[in-house]
Design a protein around this ligand. Structure first.
Ligand code: SAH
Length: 355
């Protein structure tokens, strides 16, 4: 049976070439071709005939298919990807000056069931494979190059789309290895951020296995009664245990743990919430990302008032914690944080002609 080329890290490909007595320069050439030059066509001139035959016998090069594209007024773009089994996931391209951050999905749906998240209402269908994760990047890159050739640089990768990345640890880890590989896409490790709801079984593998990328924790409340309500896995993996583990992760100079704090009107936006959060994180190598709640069809919560968000930020600053408010981008096309849901989003879209 054939497997996807995009499942293989460079070292796995090297092992495979070695086992099959193929020219050892092949894997690096292939990485240069498919990931650096981002070519789709599998034939490459410089590869030996044996290697080419091996590839066509054992690999396929298909990627998830872009089936819809929604472009927001603020230049945010949301892509609907159709997978081999006809399941769908969404990927978002977020503009920042003349460059972009790409927000990748890691699962079809999500099993964490957070009460404020549109994806959570969908339940978990399945994990994405490495090639389905890497494929989102490659296809979005190609779209960008075609549609916006003058500003086609993807600078950051964030695992903040649909799914809980640490619940799909192996595929996410390998996708990171592929993004980082210097013969291919060659992203710097500090350009990649993985966000978790605090899924401790996955998190506990971080120190030994994850290749130096940034970690973000969805905190949302310092109080367990509120966090239980927002992120149900908090009952099983309490915040104190999650924070204790995170404190043991070695960080590079200028590397931070990002703590995301979703601010919901009258639920976790008071001065008491802000002071308790400040006390909890004071002294840590932390960056606070404040996210005003983005509503979605049928959501039970409301967006906080701007003054409350500002007040929250200033209280955190008084604990010497750098805090930023994440501006909402793409909410007109349901592409903002927590608005991804492939079951129910029915927006007018442009059809894609594939090249
Ligand atoms: N499962 C991971 C990554 C996906 S969510 C996690 O929980 O971190 C990415 C970020 O968007 C998280 O911080 C999440 O809490 C936030 N988010 C989810 N729903 C949201 C909503 N409706 N409004 C604003 N942010 C939301």
């Amino acid at each position: 049976m054939k497997t996807s080329f995009y499942q293989y890290s460079l070292s796995e490909l090297e092992d495979l070439f070695l086992k099959n007595d193929l020219n050892s320069s092949g894997p690096q050439l292939l990485y240069g071709w498919h990931y650096r030059k981002k070519k789709k066509d599998p034939c490459i001139v410089d590869l030996s005939k044996d290697s080419q035959k091996f590839l066509s016998d054992h690999f396929y090069f298909d990627l998830p298919e872009v089936s819809k594209v929604h472009e927001s007024n603020d230049k945010t773009v949301k892509f609907l990807f159709k997978l081999k089994d006809n399941k769908t996931v969404e990927t978002v391209l977020i503009p920042f000056l003349d460059k972009y951050t790409i927000c990748l999905s890691t699962q079809v749906g999500c099993g964490m069931n957070c009460s404020f998240c549109f994806t959570g209402t969908q339940g978990l269908t399945r994990n994405l494979s490495t090639d389905e994760i890497v494929g989102q990047f490659l296809e979005v890159f190609r779209w960008l190059k075609n549609a916006r050739p003058t500003d086609s640089k993807i600078l950051n990768v964030v695992f903040m789309g649909q799914g809980e990345p640490l619940h799909n640890f192996d595929a996410v880890k390998k996708a990171c290895e592929i993004f980082l590989c210097k013969y291919g896409i060659s992203l710097a490790s500090l350009r990649i951020t993985i966000s978790t709801a605090g899924y401790l079984p996955g998190l506990k593998r971080w120190k030994d296995e994850m290749p130096g990328v940034n970690l973000a924790l969805s905190l949302h409340s310092p109080f367990s009664e509120i966090r239980d309500k927002l992120i149900p896995i908090n009952k099983r993996y309490p915040l104190s245990e999650v924070l204790d583990y995170i404190d043991t992760i070695p960080l590079k100079r200028k590397q931070f743990i990002t703590y995301e704090y979703l601010i919901i009107k009258d639920l976790n936006d008071s001065t008491e919430d802000a002071h308790a959060t400040g006390k909890l994180l004071k002294g840590k190598q932390a960056l606070l990302n404040l996210i005003p709640f983005n509503p979605f069809p049928g959501s039970q919560y409301q967006r906080p008032e701007e003054e409350k968000v500002e007040q929250f930020k200033n209280i955190l600053k008084s604990y010497n914690l750098p805090a930023m408010v994440r501006t909402t981008k793409g909410d007109d096309i349901l592409a903002a944080c927590g608005q991804l849901n492939t079951k129910e989003s029915k927006l007018p879209s442009q059809n894609i002609t594939r090249t």
